[in-house]
Design a binder for this molecule. Structure first.
Ligand SMILES: [Zn+2]
Length: 316
């Protein structure tokens, strides 16, 4: 690169709203700042040929199905109340086997900010009941704080028995999804299927909604504090502006040179958005569509480039 080009690039990066329209790979250094966003992985435990814990009583659901039902309710609450501010990615959204390492690699490759895994417990002693939230180790302050919020919600708002926050020593073995995920990760045990009362609760729509809303409130309160995200007022999701769809191609904890060759392979304008307080503060996007169909077309193109983990992000 020539010196003049270096100067031009630095100028573009450092100067707000300086528009130079001729360069094909022109850089939009100061895009309209969207609301702060985080990416959350919701992981419904087990699935497919792995049923997880078996139903304690006849006619009750298998663990894999309870997990998926609660996971989807959690995702729905987030879509409804934190619309456009939290990007939800499911490790599975149907009854499907996903290996543990794939759950972790999805979370890591999407550079997610949080990981919440949903499970239901079982014990030989049928009297055992209550909720637990697991974290990998006591040094993960963010994970511990989020786990504490979840248990608080279970105990104080949903009226559940709390068995507390568990670290790996309590569990006796490492949970792979917690150990290998690069972002703060928690695993929620929503109750014991081996306890008749709790199993009935886990299988009821009301129980599932209370569990999902407790996890939702804990997550919402936590990210409100940490990222300044605000819940949409109930029933009045602001739809004054049509949503925009962009393709997220990369997230990084350090800035990436916007003129790097891999970006150029996409052949579209790269947009950098800096977000405070996320695990990955620098996010890179292409495209800006009102129409999701158009965004999907762009995504298809992007997936042919080196950015195999790109996905569509909605901005409200
Ligand atoms: Zn499980």
């Amino acid at each position: 690169m020539k010196i003049t080009q270096i100067i031009l690039v630095s100028l573009l990066i450092s100067t707000a709203s300086l528009a130079i329209g001729h360069d094909k790979n022109k850089i939009e250094s100061k895009p309209p700042v969207p609301k702060k966003m985080v990416t959350l992985i919701i992981d419904a435990g087990h699935g497919g040929h792995d049923p997880g814990n078996l139903n304690g009583s006849k006619g009750m659901m298998l663990e894999k199905d309870l997990n998926l039902t609660i996971a989807k309710k959690l995702g729905d609450y987030i879509e409804e109340f934190l619309n456009g501010q939290v990007n939800v990615i499911y490790t599975r959204d149907k009854d499907q086997f996903i290996a543990l390492e794939n759950r972790v690699s999805v979370a890591n490759s999407k550079k997610a900010d949080y990981f919440i895994s949903i499970h239901c417990n079982s014990n030989n002693k049928t009297v055992t009941n209550g909720t637990e939230t697991h974290v990998h180790n006591a040094n993960s302050t963010v994970g511990i704080n989020l786990a504490n919020e979840i248990q608080n919600q279970f105990l104080n708002r949903a009226g559940r028995n709390s068995r507390g926050v568990k670290i790996k020593h309590d569990r006796g073995y490492n949970l792979m999804v917690l150990k290998d995920s690069k972002m703060p990760a928690v695993l929620v045990e929503c109750g014991f299927m081996s306890n008749v009362t709790e199993e009935a609760y886990l299988n009821s729509d009301k129980g599932q909604s209370l569990i999902a809303s407790a996890i939702f409130r804990a997550f919402r309160d936590y990210i409100e504090k940490r990222h300044g995200i605000k819940q949409n007022s109930h029933g009045a999701i602001q739809k004054t502006k049509t949503p925009r769809y962009k393709i997220q191609i990369l997230a990084s904890n350090t800035p990436v040179a916007i003129d790097m060759p891999d970006f150029k392979l996409i052949g579209a304008k790269i947009e950098e958005i800096k977000l405070e307080g996320n695990t990955f503060n620098y996010k890179y996007y292409v495209g800006n569509f009102e129409n999701k169909k158009e965004a999907r077309k762009m995504l298809k193109r992007v997936l042919e480039s080196p950015f195999k983990d790109a996905f569509i992000m909605r901005f409200d």
